[in-house]
Structure formats: structure tokens, C-alpha cells
Design a binder for this molecule. Structure first.
Ligand SMILES: O=P(O)(O)O[C@H]1O[C@H](CO)[C@@H](O)[C@H]1O
Length: 295
């Protein structure tokens, strides 16, 4: 694998080729795209009439290398709504440049997807967050962008969107409000938050000093994904809802005996999978009825 950020960028025609390959094989048009975070692949388990594509069989697609990311694109119906699910996402630390990590979002766009639901596992920085809580992302801090790394780097492709896209309304406020309502109806009132997510490059978990700095900056949850997908989705005018499952507490004290690890992240995700399946199912249902089907 070539790890250079200077790998040849995807052309519009390559993304189109990938979308056409999938369109030929999928007989319905997905309206909502769902990206499953670490250990959250079960969000795709209830899809009816599913058509699955291992990433390695899709032209131009990267392949997943992380445990808890199965590496399949799954089309099907969730609550009777046509959706496409990424069971496994791509992270910068796997050696992929950010534009490559986010490429499936553009494929979704060319297939007709108008709404993206991005989910992730994240460390909880906010003092009130507990393992198992859900944080609806209201904003992000693009730490990788601070360091000059962005999925939109390179010549702009005007057919997707503008050179300088705004990002101050990245997360759909109405969908956040509705998701809170849906969560409360599922009995999750005490486990729901809205907050600021930040993505670091990984793969190491953060130092105590890094976490303290992020907290001072206003971050509520920390992960290694999602932001590049959201930027790419907003660039091509998709509506975005994102949420973090808080899978571990961020360790902010030097004398703590604990160390974060990927197993606890996946265990926490597994523990919450049934709840999240219901949560996402109802959100999908709402988006489809209230947004996608409106004349
Ligand atoms: O963001 P997702 O893909 O959910 O995964 C999170 O979990 C992994 C660390 O345990 C990292 O990849 C981090 O980004």
C-alpha cells in the first residue's frame, strides 16, 4: 500500500465509475447513508433485502483494516427505508489520506443519498458523560485541519461543491432536536447529550496533557474519525446527523491506574447495540417520511 498523502486523487469519473458499478447491481435508490462506528456494525444487521459488497470487490474502494470494522457496503431497507450502510469506515491512521477515507461519501452522493448519519465510538471528555451515553454532535473541531490536513485538499471538483464551503452549519439542527425527542421516547433522557466532537489522527489514544488541552478548547468527545466524512458530505450539500457513543472515559489524571484500549471501546459498543439499532431505525424513519418523501 502506498501511504503517501500525494497518491493520485480520485477523479470525478472514478467516483462515477464506482457509483455506476453499484447502481447496476442495486435495484433501488438509497436515500440515507449510515456509517457504522467501531463495534457498531450491528446497525446494519436488521437491513431487509440486503445486498452486500465487501469493499475489496468494489472498484476504486479502499479496504478496512481495523477490528470492529467489517469492511462491507450493505444496501437494504431499514424500517422500509432504502439505505446504504458502511459496515466499517476508513481512518487516517490506517495509512489512507483523508480524501480517500471520505471517498465513499461522494459515491453515496452520486447514488442519490441526501442524508448522512455518521456514528462513532468516542472517549468522553465532558465531566457529565458516562460510558454508554450518546452525544449528538452539534459541532466539531477539526484538529487535523489545524495541522493542514483536510479531505478537500487538492484541486476543487466543482461538480461536488465549492472551493470554500462553509462549515458553521455542518450539523442539521432540526435533526438533532428530533433525535433528542426520539431518544427521550426510548427512555434515554439521562444518556443523551449534544456536544463538540474532535478527531485526532490516532492510532494512539491521547496523553493526559492532550486531553486537558482539548477540554480547554471546548471538546466534549474525542475520536479518530467522522470529521473528514462530514466535511466531504457538507461540501456536496448532504444533510448530516452525527452521534458519538461514549465508549470510555478520557483519563485526565496522571495517577489513574486505567489505560484506554480498543477492546473496552468495542465492548461498550456491543453493550449498547440494541438501543442504537432502535434509535437509528426511528431517526431513519423520520428522515424518510419528513424529508426524503416531501414533494
Ligand atoms: O471513530 P470510530 O471508527 O468509531 O472508531 C473509534 O474507535 C477506535 C479506537 O478504539 C478509533 O478508530 C476511533 O476513531
Amino acid at each position: 500500500m502506498n501511504f503517501s498523502a500525494n497518491q493520485e486523487l480520485y477523479t470525478y469519473e472514478m467516483i462515477e465509475q464506482t457509483a455506476d458499478f453499484l447502481k447496476l447491481r442495486v435495484h433501488f435508490q438509497p436515500k440515507i447513508g449510515i456509517i457504522c462506528g467501531s463495534g457498531l456494525g450491528s446497525l446494519a444487521q436488521d437491513l431487509k433485502d440486503r445486498i452486500e459488497f465487501p469493499y475489496s470487490t468494489i472498484p476504486n474502494f479502499p479496504v478496512s483494516t481495523v477490528e470492529g470494522h467489517a469492511g462491507k457496503l450493505i444496501f437494504g431497507f431499514l424500517s422500509k427505508v432504502p439505505v446504504v450502510c458502511m459496515q466499517g469506515r476508513f481512518h487516517f491512521y490506517e495509512g489512507y489520506p483523508l480524501w480517500k477515507c471520505a471517498m465513499p461519501v461522494r459515491v453515496m452522493k452520486l447514488m442519490g443519498v441526501s442524508h448522512l448519519i455518521a456514528t462513532n465510538a468516542a472517549g468522553g471528555l465532558h465531566k457529565n458523560y458516562k460510558v454508554g451515553d450518546i452525544m449528538l454532535v452539534k459541532d466539531h473541531i477539526n484538529m487535523m485541519g489545524f495541522a493542514g490536513n483536510n479531505p478537500l485538499q487538492g484541486p476543487n471538483e466543482d461538480r461536488f461543491g465549492p472551493r470554500f464551503p462553509p462549515m458553521n452549519k455542518a450539523y442539521d439542527k432540526e435533526l438533532i432536536k428530533k433525535s433528542i425527542e426520539i431518544g427521550e421516547n426510548l427512555g434515554l433522557k439521562d444518556n443523551l447529550h449534544t456536544g463538540v466532537y474532535t478527531c485526532l489522527g490516532g492510532p494512539n489514544f491521547e496523553t493526559v496533557a492532550e486531553l486537558r488541552a482539548l477540554k480547554m478548547l471546548g471538546c466534549d468527545a474525542v475520536g479518530m474519525s467522522t470529521v473528514h466524512e462530514v466535511i466531504t458530505a457538507r461540501h456536496c450539500d448532504m444533510h448530516v446527523l452525527a452521534f458519538s457513543l461514549i465508549t470510555n472515559e478520557c483519563i485526565l489524571e496522571y495517577d489513574s491506574q486505567n489505560e484506554p484500549n480498543h477492546e473496552e471501546v468495542m465492548d461498550a459498543a456491543k453493550m449498547r447495540q440494541d438501543t442504537l439499532i432502535k434509535f437509528v431505525g426511528k431517526i431513519v424513519d423520520y428522515i424518510y417520511k419528513e424529508r426524503c418523501c416531501r414533494p
